[in-house]
Design a binder for this molecule. Structure first.
Ligand SMILES: Cc1cc2nc3c(=O)[nH]c(=O)nc-3n(C[C@H](O)[C@H](O)[C@H](O)COP(=O)(O)OP(=O)(O)OC[C@H]3O[C@@H](n4cnc5c(N)ncnc54)[C@H](O)[C@@H]3O)c2cc1C
Length: 382
């Protein structure tokens, strides 16, 4: 377990209290039942903005607090515990990092302050198929006299229906599957030719398929170098994966706590069911896996902070390890939660199903455990 600083401990306490009081799982359930179009509660998002959390990795010069990824992870974990739905990860972590790592001074000034105070949502539009495959990008960015014309579709874009702008992964050269020829573009949602179609996924959050139908952008929409975006895209995605793994750790941690509580309180056959050795062993196994997952997630977040704005193979390995471990454990823990709660686990009235559904969606986002095991092995030359 990482040794948190006093500041991080205070933030953890603040996030825990705020999420428990202002954005508990009951509020997520209400939002789901109302079928809120955005997939998050606007007042909850505004509250998160007031707390300054979307600015945690935004540099101070652009209105953020630049407190690093381990700090961000602490907050994401606590919100994950309550299934709080918001664009915090998609915009505050992924959008902010895309601009921070690849954006020009002008692009950063235009968007980072809005990300930091939650008045703008900037999200990454990367995948085009049900499975995560950043290099599989086919969306074309064709050079025109004044800039580029983007044509293609992105699937399952996080907060895609509410975003003000997209960082779009496009192909300016090569063919799908190649690392070479990828470029990043900043495209505003209101631009001609951009349309989105809201998706309803298992976890009831805000996803959309986004279509770019001959969208004309100027040369100033390019983030970073033309055709050479693969390394920075990997870096942005690795930060997204480690941050999401922290949120998943929170979802799994709360699933564990709720299950343990049930085992300690549910009386059957004349005694509390946690007294049965078979169930105690299952709880102990979950606990050890939870701690192992925490070590992997915190190691990745700490390594990101230590690396500053640079990236390395070691860091990529840690990020893939954290996402694979969080994916495996959350899958296991959410299943155990349902089963150990007996018949009530599968009922909608009980929260376990909401945790299972969030688990399944996050397991697949930014690469599932198989994707990351394969990437880990490939990076090591297997
Ligand atoms: C939608 C739905 C579909 C279902 N379909 C089926 C079906 O097709 N077939 C079927 O058989 N059942 C079915 N069930 C019933 C379900 O399998 C039982 O609810 C489940 O076995 C848990 O029993 P319980 O509700 O009595 O849990 P509880 O009595 O609350 O027990 C809680 C937990 O205690 C533990 N436990 C239970 N018995 C023991 C024991 N003897 N020793 C040690 N630990 C124990 C288990 O971990 C259990 O999950 C269904 C239930 C639902 C809600």
């Amino acid at each position: 377990m990482a040794a948190l600083t006093e500041e991080q401990n205070l933030l953890k306490e603040q996030a825990k209290t705020w999420a428990g009081e202002e954005a508990p799982v009951a509020k997520f359930r209400e939002m789901r039942d109302r079928k809120t179009e955005a997939g998050f509660d606007k007042a909850t998002w505004a509250g998160i903005g007031e707390l300054g959390w979307p600015g945690i990795v935004v540099p101070e010069a652009f209105g953020g607090v630049d407190m690093g990824h381990l700090t961000f992870g602490v907050v994401l974990e606590e919100l994950g515990r309550q299934l709080t739905a918001s664009p915090l990860l998609a915009s505050g972590l992924v959008g902010a990092n895309a601009l921070r790592l690849a954006g020009s001074e002008a692009q950063q000034s235009a968007w980072l302050p809005g990300i930091a105070d939650a008045t703008a949502i900037v999200t990454l539009a990367v995948d085009e198929r049900p499975h995560h495959a950043p290099y599989g990008t086919a969306l074309q960015a064709e050079k025109t006299g004044a800039g580029y014309r983007l044509s293609g579709e992105k699937k399952h874009v996080l907060e895609g229906g509410s975003a003000d702008a997209f960082v779009v992964v496009a192909r300016t050269g090569g063919k799908p599957g190649d690392a070479e020829g990828l470029s990043l573009f900043l495209v505003e949602a209101g631009q001609g030719g951009v349309s989105s179609q809201r998706l309803t996924l298992a976890d009831s959050r805000g996803y959309a398929n986004v279509n770019f139908d001959g969208v004309e952008v100027g040369a100033d929409a390019l983030l970073g170098s033309e055709g050479g975006a693969a390394p920075v895209l990997d870096q942005i995605l690795d930060r997204a994966r480690a941050g999401l793994a922290a949120e998943m750790l929170g979802v799994a941690g709360q699933s564990f706590d709720m299950t343990l509580d049930y085992l300690k309180n549910r009386v059957q056959f004349g005694e509390v069911i946690g007294g049965f050795q078979a169930l105690g062993h299952r709880a102990a196994e979950c606990f050890t896996k939870l701690e192992l997952t925490r070590s992997c997630v915190e190691a990745a977040l700490q390594a990101i902070d230590e690396a500053g704005d640079s990236h390395s193979q070691e860091l990529a390995l840690l990020c893939s390890l954290s996402k694979a471990k969080a994916g495996d454990f959350l899958h296991h823990m959410s299943n155990e939660m349902i089963q150990l709660h007996g018949g009530i686990g599968v009922t909608d009235e009980f929260d376990a199903g909401l945790y299972l559904k969030r688990a399944r969606a996050t397991e697949a986002t930014f690469g599932n455990a198989s994707f990351h095991r394969d990437r880990y092995a490939t990076l090591l030359g297997y």
